[in-house]
Write a protein that binds this ligand. Structure first.
Ligand code: PMV
Length: 330
């Protein structure tokens, strides 16, 4: 076994076709497949050291010690790694995000992807991309999509071995831009884990899930053909279907704020006027506005002028989870 220490980084991703609802909540086996794009400018950087002197696992996020749920989720991933590597050492985990917490950008995807790569390497394992994706999924479902490069599909799979993500196109395939309009930087009141659990209480979830293969097909096709109009149509439909499920769950879950709706309406009207732009919204009030690179400056300016928009972050298609020196297992 090597020197027990490794550092890795990974990007968060934005889902074009969303994961919402599990068939196995412990393993995060999703009710439907999903497709996303990694976000190059944003990343988590995570160092893991297995240390014979430690009596329990320790976890700091942006320099602050994390306990309870956060530590439990990290600990259960470390447990898996220990089991796979046949070691019994505890670890120190230090994670940093280059995007501030509370910006509504899910740090769990990039965080668990970077943790999977760093922890498995530090434990002496050389996992391939599929095994890393499965490991990351066990920490946070969408983290499995932050392991491969660029535009990524997570096949639902139905079991632990077959539920993993793979690249469907490299980052340079299409110079799409995600202009993220932040309307709130508050911690979300209901976590996505709770939301996944509630999805089955919505009458609309079976219809959303049944139609997912068609939307996945349309999205894949739009990406391969660089067809922005087709992408816009299926991405907005998919986001609205997920929020329809959320709103009709018991208890109802409404992540949108008035500014969220304003941005969605503006984006619609900009597209009608010929601008290549569309929206998608995750489990929060902030709006991811996708557009082509040529119009991203114009889109950012327009978003910044809308009332309720606090800040706009801009991200391009990103690469895979990786080690600091650029070496990749894949
Ligand atoms: O991986 P989780 O449990 O944070 O769930 C992610 C859920 C959405 O962001 C709303 C959709 C998605 O596919 O990323």
């Amino acid at each position: 076994m090597g020197n027990y220490t490794a550092t890795a980084f990974a990007h968060p991703n934005i889902a074009f076709i969303k994961y919402w609802g599990d068939i196995d909540p412990d393993l995060h086996i999703p009710a439907n497949g999903s497709i996303s794009m990694n976000l190059r400018e944003l990343f988590s950087r995570t160092s893991v050291s297995f240390d014979p002197a430690l009596e329990h696992d320790q976890f700091t996020l942006d320099g602050r010690p994390i306990d309870k749920t956060g530590l439990e989720r990290v600990r259960s991933l470390l447990k898996k790694v220990r089991r796979m590597a046949g070691i019994e050492l505890f670890a120190t985990v230090e994670s940093h995000n280059n995007f501030p917490m509370g910006t509504g950008i899910a740090s769990s995807a990039s965080g668990f992807a970077a943790l999977s790569l760093a922890a498995s390497k530090a434990a002496g394992l050389n996992l391939d991309e599929k095994a890393l994706s499965c490991l990351a999924r066990s920490g946070s479902g969408s983290a499995c999509r932050s392991i491969p490069s660029g535009f990524v599909e997570w096949q639902a799979g139905g079991n632990d071995e077959e539920s993993y993500a793979f690249s469907i196109a490299p980052p340079e395939h299409w110079d799409l831009v995600d202009c993220i309009a932040l309307v709130s930087q508050d911690e979300k009141p209901i976590s996505s884990s709770e939301g996944h659990y509630m999805a089955k209480t919505s009458l609309l979830q079976p219809a959303r899930v049944a139609d997912a293969p068609r939307r996945l097909f349309l999205c894949r096709q739009a990406i391969h053909a660089h067809d922005f109009d087709a992408l816009a149509e299926v991405v907005e439909l998919d986001s609205n279907l997920m929020h329809a499920v959320m709103i009709t769950s018991t208890p109802p879950l409404l992540y949108w704020q008035p500014a969220t709706v304003t941005i969605m309406q503006e984006v619609e009207s900009w597209r009608k006027d010929g601008l290549m732009v569309c929206y998608t919204v995750d489990a929060g009030p902030n709006v991811h506005v996708l557009c082509s690179r040529e119009v991203s400056g114009e889109v950012t300016d327009r978003l910044q002028k809308l009332s309720g928009v606090q800040k706009v972050l801009v991200a391009h298609p990103g690469g895979p989870a990786n080690f600091e020196n650029g070496y990749s297992n894949t």
